[in-house]
Write a protein that binds this ligand. Sequence first.
Ligand SMILES: [Zn+2]
Length: 418
Amino acid sequence: MANKRTTRKIQKSVTRATKTLAKSHSGRVTLVFIALLLVVAIAFGAWWFYFRKPEQTTPVISPDAVIDNNTHDNNNANDDPQNNDDEDEYSCAYIQAYPAVSDQDISIHFLEVGNHYTGDCVYIKTETCDILIDCGSRLNSLPTITDYLSHYVTDGVFEYVILTHAHQDHIAGFAAAQYNNSFFGAYSVEVFIDSATLVTTAVYNRYVTNLEKAVTEHGTTHYTALQCINETDGAQTTYAVGGGYTMTILDTEYYETPSSSENNNSVCCLFSNGTRNYLLTGDLEQEGEESLIERNTLPHVDLFKAGHHGSYTASSAALMAVIQPKTVVVCCCAGDDEYTSDNAKQFPSQQFVNNVAPYTSEIYVTTLNDESVEGKHVSFNGNVVYMSKGSVYKVACSASATKLQDSEWFHENRVLPT
Ligand SMILES: [Zn+2]
């Protein structure tokens, strides 16, 4: 009704103005101009009231409202998420920078590391524990990492921290020249687990100095993976980490006899609540994976952190056949030439796609090389957060919820195996 009254008032005003203006030539020109304006205004008004869609007030896509990747797409899985062989297990990927995780049993956060160098930093949260696995890729990654963690770690304490192996892209944040500038300066660490190594780099030596200070002056307990496997000196193979989950240090032969190929010394761990399983193997290569298969009874896993950033030397067909992952996250800067100019071998490699694609299409990648921008990197999926409550899980990505195989980069650089 208010709109009709307003319209009548406008019509009367226009009529009065018309009579006045029509008395002169310039007035007639002005009249025509006003009439045109009026037509445009009325047309715009009609569009505004009747056709315009409500404005999106937030770029966040509700996981309940918009479901993009809602099936596993396993070769043998039913595509209907409401009626599949995985009972009530349900997935969706959506865009959100800092998803709320407090109502989840567990959340596993695969972080971007603030530069175009590939590296790992995985944060795991339950109601009672904050856990970090690796702190790469360079020391200048640390502000990016701690900024992210500040949204979730409220007491400044990490109950468990694991360094998988002594390469810079995993160790950098622990290895500042000054203790207070390292991860140890930002957070208290209760239990720190690492592996034996043959590495003697300056970066590694700085890490050792900082870890020793954490142990001697700040109460950190340090165990090697071998101590965990042997359960010596108070170390445990399996830790209850909250949310009904355990963290189990898996065994490989290299804990006892370190390899000259440092990647194979990676600490491997499995998070499990008895039915849901998440496997992280650091940068373990094919030989290490063979040892892992031999020494452990591995379950099918719901989540797998791509071995060695999606390298062609890891995530072997043999391991994939054993664990048959349903969701895979690759921590890397896709297509970056940091390690090789051979496109097919750049992370995530064609061989990785060949090995993993038979089991799942749910592959997410943190970062993407982009030579056209300062810093040479943009987000691929961005920070990827895998959350689970009961048998339900969902994936939040900070930048894009597009699966790897549906991405522009994939179409230009990779092919699905036939
Ligand atoms: Zn690495």
